[in-house]
Design a protein around this ligand. Structure first.
Ligand code: ADP
Length: 622
């Protein structure tokens, strides 16, 4: 027998599961059954595709066995099994980075955290919520030897040789005080019905059943074995036969989520290609949505045979928040997982599914605005990613994304902004480059306020990247207000050009700032502020440059300079025009530039010099 310590993370995790996730201990059974089902899926796939396994006697089933007197519960499967190395690496370490993320994502709130358990697949350890010892006896398909892994969930685990007649895994739980509740066959049936009814394999329960014995005239216990789930691939049944509850249950089984899904879309395609898709939108965005190593949520089946849940190509990446199933009739069973990406049949399913989903999202937006708001609260960002990456669906996505606005409470759409356009308005305007409060107080908005024109507030970090790449929404130009050319739009033909009036001052400012700015111009867009900065149409804004630099891409972007715009009607500017003191004009030029940077959330190059200037000007004023 060999003794092993748990990896530190496992220790932490076990402690956490046992001590803070007590609110739903019953999920341990769902987790063990789902592991058994995965193991059967894996072996089924091999028996259909790989030579040495084709001859294997494979009778897929999951067996629960209850010994009420001993408080012993067994979950067995005839799946792929594990050898000693697998046992040590799968059950003794947390190899997957997902689980490490899980640990760092914990909130201390038991309900939220237990939700995470499924999402991060730390399912097996939940057995220690209800058991003070767990034995796992397993024999890997194609191998002769079996092994026993045994642990009390505290002091590491042991691995030793064992006996098992066929391939598969048996998990034996020695139920603790808390777990005694599950030493009851009715309870087990109830949990299986609730969470695992639609697992594609039969689940049997062997337990003592009380029956009336006519001869003895009393109730006697009889050992019986019965199938306790419906084992049907629910998604293959007609929609008319399915109830909301069926969908919700299936969702929870495949996603590990606690909560009901927000929506689901069940589609059956017949004709040139036959397939079924069932997609769920989780009501809360998955925790790993923004992690590069996110776990894909869609499982591929071929004629009800599970193929993979690891492909990131079944749907475009921006739809990675979906959970669900694609089941094709046309793919060969031995479709290699590596070439899924290039498979024509799958590509067609993918294209059609995206179209379908986009139209479903649109219907929700139109018919159920309250629900759509919740959807946007969670998924606006992935939709915007789609806008950036999924060129073919840009039109549809433009109708789905939502933004904040100077003219509307909460979320608004481009369609609404279009309907609010003023007579003669040259485009739909938007501002990017900072958090909402910074954007809302930007001097760049002053002229729009004055003219009562709407500006969309795009406060997501990558909005500039997304919207900068779009030029039109339904023939209407989308214009960033921080671009120099956009100011020209609002020029009033009746207003005289004031450049000449302040030309001497513009030249002095230019001389003072030297090559820190591209140009110094009269502004068309300011009302209350004396100055602002803008960029050229084809250049990233200052804020964007700052972001790219923060991401370590400074080598790729040249140091671009902004244009400083001056408000000719501002009191400071008027006074400066007449000022004879060159030292003061020089300080003022810098302060006009630096305040324009600061108000956009961009730090000044030298805070020390800035403060000195400020103090020189202040001391003259007091
Ligand atoms: P997850 O199932 O999400 O990967 P678990 O902690 O439940 O996380 O299981 C860890 C790993 O142990 C699984 O990925 C699988 O490789 C292995 N495993 C667990 N249960 C079984 C089983 N019944 N048969 C075969 N392998 C299993």
């Amino acid at each position: 027998m060999s003794k092993h310590e748990f990896q530190t993370e496992v220790d932490q995790l076990l402690h956490l599961i046992v001590h803070s996730l007590y609110s739903h201990p019953e999920i341990f059974l769902r987790e063990l059954i789902s592991n058994a089902s995965d193991a059967l899926d894996k072996l089924k796939y091999l028996t259909l595709t790989e030579d040495p396994y084709k001859s294997l006697a494979f009778e897929p089933r999951i067996d629960l066995e209850l010994d009420e007197d001993q408080h012993k519960l067994t979950v067995g499967d005839t799946g792929i099994g594990m050898n000693d190395e697998d046992l040590a690496s799968h059950l003794g370490t947390i190899a997957r980075s997902g689980t490490k993320n899980f640990l760092s994502n914990l909130s201390g709130d038991a309900k939220r955290d237990s939700n995470l358990i499924g999402q991060f697949g730390v399912g097996f350890y939940s057995a220690f919520m209800v058991a003070d010892r767990v034995d796992v006896i397993s024999r890997k398909a194609g191998e002769e030897r079996a092994w026993r892994w045994s642990s009390d969930g505290k002091s590491g685990y042991d691995i030793e040789p064992a006996e098992r007649a066929t391939q598969g895994t048996t998990v034996i739980l020695y139920l603790n005080e808390e777990g005694k509740e599950y030493s009851n066959s009715w309870k087990l049936r109830e949990i299986v019905k609730k969470y695992s009814n639609h697992i594609a394999f039969p689940i049997y329960l062997t337990a003592d059943k009380s029956e009336w014995d006519e001869k003895e005239k009393k109730s006697v216990k009889k050992r019986t074995t019965e199938q306790i789930n419906s084992a049907s691939a629910l998604w293959r049944r007609p929609k008319s036969e399915l109830k909301d509850e069926d969908y919700k249950e299936l969702y929870k089984t495949i996603s590990g989520d606690w909560e009901d899904p927000g929506f689901w879309f069940h589609t059956r395609a017949e004709g040139t290609q036959e397939y079924t898709t069932l997609f769920f939108v989780p009501s809360k965005a998955p925790m790993d949505l923004y992690q590069a190593n996110y776990k894909p949520g869609v499982k591929l089946y071929v004629k009800r045979v599970f193929i993979t849940d690891e492909s990131k190509d079944l749907l475009p990446a921006w739809l990675r928040f979906l959970r669900g199933i694609i089941d094709s009739e046309d793919l060969p069973l031995n479709v290699s997982r590596e070439i899924l990406q290039k498979n024509r049949i799958l590509q067609n399913i993918r294209t059609a599914s995206v179209k379908k989903l986009l139209s479903e999202f649109k219907s929700i937006a139109t018919d159920k605005p309250e629900d759509y708001k919740k959807f946007i609260d969670e998924y606006n960002r992935p939709l915007k990613e789609g806008l950036y990456s999924d060129f073919g669906n840009r039109e549809a996505l433009l109708d789905l994304v939502r933004m904040k606005s100077t003219k509307a409470e909460g979320w608004t759409s481009l369609a609404d902004a279009k309907s609010r356009m003023k007579e003669g308005q040259k485009g739909i305007y938007y501002i990017t480059g900072g958090p909402e409060d910074v954007l809302r107080s930007s001097p760049l908005l002053e002229i729009y306020k004055k003219k009562d024109i709407e500006v969309l507030i795009l406060d997501d970090e990558f909005d500039e990247l997304v919207f900068g790449g779009l030029d039109k929404y339904q023939e209407i130009e989308l214009k960033a207000v921080n671009k120099s050319a956009t100011g020209e739009d609002l020029k009033d033909a009746s207003e005289p050009d004031k450049t000449e009036d302040i030309k001497p001052l513009l030249e002095k400012i230019k001389a003072a700032l030297g090559d820190h700015v591209k140009d110094v111009k009269v502004s068309m867009r300011l009302a209350d502020s004396p100055s602002c900065i803008v960029s050229d149409a084809d250049e990233p804004s200052m804020k964007m440059q700052q972001m790219l630099r923060a991401m370590g891409q400074e080598r790729d972007i040249p140091q671009l300079k902004p244009t400083l715009e001056i408000n000719p009607d501002h009191e400071i500017v008027k006074k400066l025009l007449g000022a004879g003191d060159d030292g003061l004009v020089n300080d003022a030029a810098w302060l006009l530039f630096e305040q324009a940077l600061l108000i956009e959330g961009i730090p000044v190059d030298s805070p020390g010099a800035f403060v000195q200037r400020l103090n020189r000007v202040l001391s003259r004023a007091v």
